[in-house]
Design a protein around this ligand. Structure first.
Ligand SMILES: *Cc1c(COP(=O)(O)O)cnc(C)c1O
Length: 522
């Protein structure tokens, strides 16, 4: 039986089961086996001469069996990889509302700039005299980052937000060591709404993590921080705006409490895109903050990189910035590569070279093409869009902290789903059928069944309206008891609902060759 959208109403009876095809393809949606599954060892896209016989100098260790590499003709290899590339859902194919991840449009101008041969074709080991333009670009980017954050120093080399956290916390550790307090000052306070990387970073660096509970309204109470702060406090790691999409309005007081206890204020700046041009972390008492260029300044991200996580540092930490860094003497740029050449106390080195050059170019292209006023408008539009989504859904979905203004992302919880038989996960899966990548779900952990939506400034009003109308239609279906639309979703995706519990408990991490399939006898 089909419902009004033409969907089967019995859970598990997916559309593809109704009309199975011989190939497993569904119209132009092609099945894509692993390359090992359809590759054969008897063909190859290249003509290789029979190797000349050579003497065995491996003492009998020469391989005896077939190497098992898949062989494909050139068109087969081409189709395989092109089809795989088309299976990816990205910001260039549709709205990508993942909260906390900031999936914003990366203007093609950035790509054009990053491909200029003077940036794309240089090598990190080239003499500095031959890459003055690239070093000047890094210096210019550093200038913009310092201006926008109101901080005196920046290190560009960290390659992701989490890597930036490591850099910033290592600088704090070095500063504490320089004060001779390593043994006694070893606790890092982390609010329980924090991104998982925060406590992980603090622990990796060797600090002990203490959680700061969130108050009713989802923000951190300076009184709670004061209760926990003391002579053992190395730092607090606070995200602002926080992962509930709220501005920590007591941030200045929290900074004061931490500084009074002798600790440092590490700000997780992953959400800087909500406040660029509106507030400067330097004015809020921040000592170290990473900036995800791939979130705030539009460079692409996903799939593990490449990202870039420059860290701005206060005067108290600047001297400990890692190597290398750009220096300008008499109009010539150079990279300070060794502690001996530095007049500072660098904590060491985090990467082989100077960082992600391509991301630096893209981020600066974004900054220069927007200008100071444009960057501010991007922040304002990101916040406006999130609040538009909030206002248009607040009558159907539940807001854990009341219907008040949010920053760049809006957080719903699952109390509106109570008793409906539909969970946050089901709702997210039904969004896939509608052609949307789901929002972030079940994060932050401080909210039950969280749904965190970040539309970013990239989306037009028409695009937001369609997204909102879709969520409203889904919410009405929940209310009308059309549970099957959710519990069996996704119906239209190439793969149906996965058994996530089993996948976690019994991960199958090794591919084994399938049994050869014999043609069915007539
Ligand atoms: C994305 C994010 C991080 C980690 O950044 P990566 O670049 O993914 O390593 C840390 N904290 C918050 C709040 C984030 O949103």
């Amino acid at each position: 039986m089909l419902n009004r959208q033409g969907r089967p109403t019995t859970p598990g009876a997916g559309a593809e089961n109704d009309h199975p095809t011989f190939t497993g393809n569904r119209a132009l949606q092609q099945e894509e086996p692993l390359i090992f599954e359809f590759g054969r060892t008897d063909v190859t896209g290249v003509d290789l001469d029979e190797p000349a016989p050579v003497a065995d100098r491996l003492g009998g260790l020469v391989r005896k069996g077939a190497i098992g590499l898949p062989g494909l003709s050139e068109p087969e290899a081409m189709r395989h990889y092109v089809r795989l590339s088309q299976k990816n859902y990205g910001i260039d194919t549709g709205l990508f509302p993942l909260g906390s991840c900031t999936m914003k449009h990366n203007p093609r101008l950035n790509e054009r700039m990053a491909r200029l041969p003077g940036f794309a074709d240089v090598h990190p080991l080239q003499p500095a005299s031959t890459v003055q333009g690239a070093l000047a670009l890094m210096d210019e980017l550093a200038h913009w980052l310092k201006e926008l954050t109101g901080m005196p120093a920046v290190t560009l080399s960290p390659k992701a937000g989490a890597h930036g956290e490591l850099a910033g916390m290592a600088a704090i550790k070095a500063a504490i060591a320089a004060r001779g307090e390593t043994a006694t000052r070893n606790v890092v306070l982390v609010p329980d709404s924090a991104h998982g990387t925060n406590p992980a970073t603090a622990a990796l660096i060797g600090f002990t993590v203490k959680a700061v509970p969130a108050r009713e309204d989802g923000t951190v109470d300076p009184a709670e921080v004061a209760k926990l702060a003391g002579p053992d406090t190395a730092a607090i790691m606070l995200t602002n705006p926080n992962t509930c999409g709220l501005f920590e309005r007591d941030v200045v007081e929290i900074a004061r409490v931490i500084h009074e206890a002798g600790g440092y204020f590490y700000c997780d700046g992953a959400n800087f895109n909500a406040i660029v041009g509106k507030a400067r972390p330097g004015d809020l008492g921040v000592d170290a903050m990473h900036i995800n260029l791939h979130k705030t300044f539009s460079t692409p991200h996903g799939g593990g990189g490449p990202g870039a996580g420059p860290v701005v540092l206060s005067d108290r930490l600047a001297a400990f910035a890692p190597l290398p860094y750009v220096r300008l003497d008499d109009g010539r740029f150079s990279l300070v590569e060794h502690a001996a050449a530095s007049d500072q106390s660098p904590l060491g080195r985090l990467t082989a070279f100077h960082g992600q050059m391509g991301m630096f170019v893209r981020a600066l292209a974004f900054m220069l093409s927007h200008g100071a006023d444009g960057l501010k408008q991007a922040s304002e539009d990101a916040v406006l869009n999130a609040n538009y989504v909030r206002a248009c859904l607040a009558d159907l979905m539940s807001l854990p902290f009341g219907n008040r203004a949010c920053m760049h992302e809006v957080l719903f919880d699952d109390s509106w789903l109570k008793g409906t038989g539909v969970t946050t996960l089901d709702f997210a899966k039904a969004m896939i059928d509608e052609g949307y990548h789901p929002m972030t779900v079940y994060f932050p952990l401080v909210v039950h069944g969280a749904m965190l939506i970040e539309p970013t400034e990239s989306e037009s009003k028409a695009s937001l309206d369609l997204f909102i109308a879709t969520l409203r239609d889904l919410a009405f279906a929940v209310r009308d008891g059309d549970t099957a639309r959710f519990t069996g979703a996704p119906y239209h995706a190439p793969r149906r609902r996965l058994d996530e519990t089993r996948a976690a408990r019994q991960p199958v991490l090794r591919w084994t060759a399938p049994e050869p399939v014999a043609e069915a006898a007539e």
